[in-house]
Design a binder for this molecule. Structure first.
Ligand SMILES: [Zn+2]
Length: 323
């Protein structure tokens, strides 16, 4: 069957492949007459150096057979694997969507009981029982405000002591906030997450390590998702409220990477939308992680050098599934 003569492959690519096949004793003649043997040769040769020149579709259920070797594409890449067609990209995304959603159903979210903040401060000897009772009554009467706010207002403790108590309550460090490069940190996560989950990326240190600040309570689910997505180790901690709030507001006004928000009616519909985005963007790398009830797809459009990608070189898609 004169496969190559049918000009399915551009001449230049064909000649490069022919040279490789000739080196293997599989010149054009062999390649056409015994084309069916190619997958077997690939298996038998194992990790031979020439194999790296031929990518294998990462979809375990790929039905393209050896013909996909002649398809002219090296992207998109999703979770370290190249896929040969829209169908294969869709199947990989569907299995990733199911993996993330199954993890959500079986994982025990961090609902660990924590010692109430007032008791933490009482145990530390920072407040008296009378001061705690007074603050609790004021909170109840006002029907608003956190206990720490009322303790500070009654001059029982300083704001710094409330933050230290939060650190003890969450067994996490109190993170300093001196200078903050909001524009340099917008690549950490979509603006939506900074806003909805009250998170404040503080800085990236060697390690590479990302310091992630919260005002009142940590969000271990978000921290894990950021670790998985960025490859940075995340150290979460509390930041003093009066420093946190203005910095958080400034960060929300910074320029974030473009993000598409999608609502899907089923896992299949979500996978279809995600696969279409991957096929359209043709990223050199992409990954899917779950953040609470959302799925977060990040696509890197160019190879990156630094700890964080350039804002203009990636796209985010956040998808929620209605059921
Ligand atoms: Zn395939």
């Amino acid at each position: 069957m004169p496969f190559l003569n049918r000009r399915i492959v551009p001449a230049e690519q064909a000649s490069r492949r022919e040279l490789l096949l000739q080196e293997l004793g599989m010149g054009t003649g062999l390649g056409t007459r015994h084309g069916e043997a190619l997958p077997t040769v690939r298996k038998e040769t194992g990790a031979g150096s020439w194999l790296s020149l031929f990518e294998t579709c990462a979809n375990p259920g790929c039905r393209s057979g050896w013909m996909h070797l002649w398809r002219s594409r090296s992207v998109p890449v999703f979770e370290g694997g190249w896929t040969c067609s829209f169908e294969c990209t869709g199947e990989r995304l569907l299995s990733a969507v199911r993996r993330e959603r199954d993890g959500h159903r079986t994982a025990r979210e961090n609902h660990r009981h924590r010692v109430p903040l007032g008791l933490v401060m009482l145990e530390q000897g920072w407040i008296t029982q009378a001061q705690l009772r007074q603050a609790l009554s004021a909170q109840k009467a006002a029907g608003t405000g956190r206990l720490g706010h009322w303790l500070v207002r009654h001059r029982a403790v300083t704001e710094a002591m409330v933050t230290r108590a939060l650190g003890l309550q969450w067994s996490c460090p109190v993170l300093p906030l001196e200078t903050h490069d909001a524009a340099g940190l917008t690549a950490v996560m979509p603006q939506l997450f900074v806003d909805a989950f009250g998170a404040l990326p503080l800085r990236v240190a060697s390690g590479p390590l990302l310091y992630l600040g919260f005002e009142q309570s940590l969000d271990p689910v978000l921290a894990l998702a950021v670790e998985r997505m960025t490859g940075l180790r995340v150290e979460s901690g509390v930041v003093q409220g009066s420093l946190f709030r203005p910095t958080h507001a400034r960060m929300l006004n910074a320029k974030f990477p473009s993000v598409e928000l999608v609502e899907a009616i089923s896992e299949q519909a979500a996978a279809h939308v995600l696969a279409r985005a991957v096929e359209r963007a043709r990223p050199v790398a992409s990954r899917l992680v779950r953040v609470h009830d959302c799925l977060w797809l990040r696509m890197w459009l160019r190879c990156q050098d630094g700890s964080l990608p350039e804002v203009g070189s990636m796209q985010d898609l956040v998808c929620s599934i209605a059921v």
